[in-house]
Structures are given as structure tokens and as C-alpha cells.
Design a protein. Sequence first.
Length: 394
Amino acid sequence: MTSSKRIAILTGGGDVPGLNAVIKSVVYRASEAGYEVLGIRRGWEGLTHVQPELPDGGRTGYLRPLDRINTRTIDRTGGTILHTSRTNPRKMPATGLPPWLTEEDRAKYEVADGVYDLTPLVLAHLEALGIGELITIGGDDTLSYSQVLADAGVPLVAIPKTMDNDVQGTEYCIGFSTAITRAKEAINRQRTTLGSHERIGVFRIFGRDAGFSALYTAYVTSARCVIPEAPYDLDALAAILAADHAANPSHYSFVITAEGAIWHGAKISDIGEADAFGHRHKANVGEALAYELRARTGIETLASELTYDLRSGEPDSIDSMVATTFANVAMDLVESGITARMVAIQDGKYAHTNLPDPKLGPRRVDVPVMYNATRFRPRYDGKLGDPMLLVGLD
């Protein structure tokens, strides 16, 4: 169990298809190079709550040794065998602290009234476990804490995943292609219901801050869409959808809305409790938009959710390929001694880059290049010379 040859891997934030393919590929590649791989369960919680002196790390087992046998078939299913959580070790409330933490230690980690930074504890646990390299798989929140550990000297390589595809520094994140594939299938199935009842459909999809999911789903379904980057005229949208409805022989039309897309003069409230990184759910903009469209057009509307179902099940072929390749690029970096980097796709090619700067926020759609804001459509022109997935980082 020498530290230089022991890799730990964890998944944080929401699950997406393709995570298990990363885990399996890291294990297979690591075993060929003589590394031992230790799975950390439940994301960052696994490193704050683990008890290294216990064989399984405590609770229901925060530590899971990984080998070719127990990862052999995991890439055929979705989710993550390591499970996940939305844990922020830097800002943990008292209710989230490890139950075995003493009062003396609690006081040591308290940085504000009732707020605790457990980063020193995470560092101590990594050392106690003999971790020579940490591979983290996640979105903005997981990556932001990865930077904290990298700044503290932890050898670390990160792999981006999110259905929103909005991580800075990469053109692609694991989970995006499968989400678009699933959304396309669901919309094409529901066209029959919209046509049978001659309705206007409103499909709500992920995208709090960035509209890539809505835009690309619209691209492959020849649909209208609205995105967070372009607040819109609701009357103009209603008029276009009514015209689409009239022109369609089946007398239906539909629009895809990102969860963070709003029309001029509207405000979509955040609801529910904030997660560990301060995010709250958006109120259902799909239902609100469907109500407003019916009031303006007089046509019956139907709101449909295309959210959590898109992250379930096995990955499509693109996500399987990217996940496998990201894992192997990460292992290239590990074997080369290159740390504090994120695997990425840039200009359509596999690459590695700096961990994202949280101050930049999510990557966003380039509206003039990618979106026709007056027609509520993706732009299909001017694609000659673009990468396969139509977006660059410039």
C-alpha cells in the first residue's frame, strides 16, 4: 500500500450515464500499470466521514477496493457504483458533520457560526489512506473543491461530467450526448399525443444557467427552444407557436425550455432548501410557460418534464467512448506525473487543461453564433469548419 501506487477515485454531484465506464477504464488501465485503485463512496462525503482505521471506512462502507473482477460489467449500466452526494467540505453545517467528530475537533474546524471547513480533515484522511493520486469526476461544484485540494498539494486529475455541458475549459462533458438522445426519443414519442389532441407542447429540460441541453435537443428535433442566455418576448413566442400549430397537418407545435429560461418581465423563483453548494431548484418554468401560452393563443397546452429521466440508464455510444477515453487520458497524466489538471475536449480533440476557475461561472451558449433569438431556433448555417459537436471555446 505504498502511496505512490495507490489511486483513489470518486464521483460527486448528480449522476449521469458514463460514470461507470470511467471507473472501469481507470481500474483496467491502472491494473496494467501496477497501481491499486480505491473507490471512495458518496463523493466528498466519503473523504470527510471516512474512518481510515476501519477496513471498509465505516458507515455502510466508504471505501471500496476496485479490481477487474468487481468492475468487469459496470460500464453496461448507468449511475455510479460508487454512489454520490452533494457534499461541500468547505462549508458544512453542524448537522452534516461526521457523528464521530469530537467537540474539540468541531471547534477546530468551525470557520463561522455553525459552518465548518473540513479540508484539513480531508487532507489527513488522504494521507492516512496512502493516496498517491486522486481522480475526481464531477461538475462545477466537484471541480471547484478539486481545485481546493490541488492548491493544498494533493496530486489530482479531474474529469468533467454534467448533462448541462457547461463546464469551463471543455467542449464536452460526460452525460451530455445521452441526455440529448433520451430527450429526442421522448419528444418524438410525445408528438403523437400532442397531435392527437391538437395541443401546444412545452418540454422542460435541464439548464439552470446554460442552454446547451435545450438548444441541442431542439437542433436534433427541428424544434423551437428558449434558453437562459436569451430572455425572450413571450407574445412573439406565442405567435410563432400558434402559426406552427396552424401550418402543421396534425395541428400541434411545441417548444423546449431550459429550466432557467425566462421571458421579459418574468421571474422564476428558486424553491426548496439549498444544497451544500447553495443551489436551489427552479420553480417549474414549463408549467408557467404552458399556462401563459394557452392564455395568449387559446390553444390547449401540455407541459412535460424532460429532466431526471435523461440521467437514468446506460450511456449511449458517444458517452461510452468519451468516458473511456477521458479515463485513459487521465491515466496518461497520472503515469506522467502531471497533476492539477482536468481532462477536456478542445477544438474537437482530447486535451487537458487547468481546473475551471469558479469565478467564471458556467460556460454559456454563444447566442449570436448558435441561436436565432427572433425565431427561437438553433442556427443551422455557418457550420463549415466547426468541430463535430458544433461548439468551440473561443
